[in-house]
Design a protein around this ligand. Sequence first.
Ligand SMILES: [Zn+2]
Length: 397
Amino acid sequence: MANGSFKKQGSAKGGANPSARLLVAGWIGSMVLVALLTVMLTYEFSDEDTGAGDAGKPEAGQVAQSGQDDDGVVESSPDTQIEDSGADEQVAANAPDEPEQPAEPQFMPNLKFAGRAGIVQLAASSLPPSDTVAEWCRTLAERVNGVASSDCMSGAFADSGHKSVNGRPLIVRQIEPTSRPGAGRVLLIAATHGDELSSVGTVFSGMNMIDENGTDYQWRVAPVMNPDGLFHEPPTRVNANGVDLNRNLPTAGWAKESRDYWRRVGFEKRRFPGESAGSEPENQWLAAQIKEFKPNVIISMHAPYGVLDYDGDFPAPQKMGSLNLHRLGVYPGSLGNFASRMQGIPVITVELDDADEPPSDGEIEQMFTDLNGWLDRYFRSVRQASADGGNAASDAG
Ligand SMILES: [Zn+2]
């Protein structure tokens, strides 16, 4: 109807009546205004609609995902200062719009591992392990008490592509945090000394507990640092070159200090530091792990001194299970020296009671509960220091 009357007015355009022209102009103007208003209103309403829809969806969806996300949003904003301060807050703020995508591991592009399907894919799915990992699992379960072949056949382990002196694969597993992503990185290693078999079983039990209970941290676990020593008959502390890996890392003053040390221990073969600092492939791999993964803390399992040793500035853990803190000192070429003194990464050295038999399940559970308590305190302190450090740095600047 409006169009019809408009056409009629238009058709009268030829007439030179000024008041008719004014009428036409006014009509056109009001039509344009109405059209504009309609477009604007439609746009606004549709915008509100999608907004309400998005806000409603996650509420329903997140019931299934448990309340953790909500807690994470609240907690993580002040807690995300360790490395990329703003990034996690943004993820939290965007989370309702893209509930699936943040679950994809962010570190994947940084990995340079040569496993058949790669750590991330293996851990995320239930793909079978590569032949290398399967063989490693089978022989490890035969060799070590506390390791079930099924535990390491889960597909979560990956061949790092690096090898020991005798060509045995150095296997690694990465465990992603189940809450508060980015809260911290923990490197857990065992069997640096090949004759300390109990350290491997303990680490496997610890991983099972992490799998069952979840974790706030990203873990990289190397359960067998010295496979040649572990699989030697009988197992040896040293690697296939006869080198004590925990005396061979490239620490400051190593050339002189390692010789002095070796003389002090009466040239004992079990403690030979090697011909040159960091000469061993297992240690080169460990150093590369530290450089690439950038752990905030390192836990190294040994035996059989039955104590808890610690190198670091943050207050030491007083106990783990039945093990009490007893500092053993720092040696030339040791991990405590290399990681803590030289790189500021705290190192917890767990010396189990027995070199063959891992502790009981109850004891290991208590150890990892105590460890978690310390990690919580430590990472809270790191975040606080990071926040304070930022201010101090800007003051200094
Ligand atoms: Zn040891």
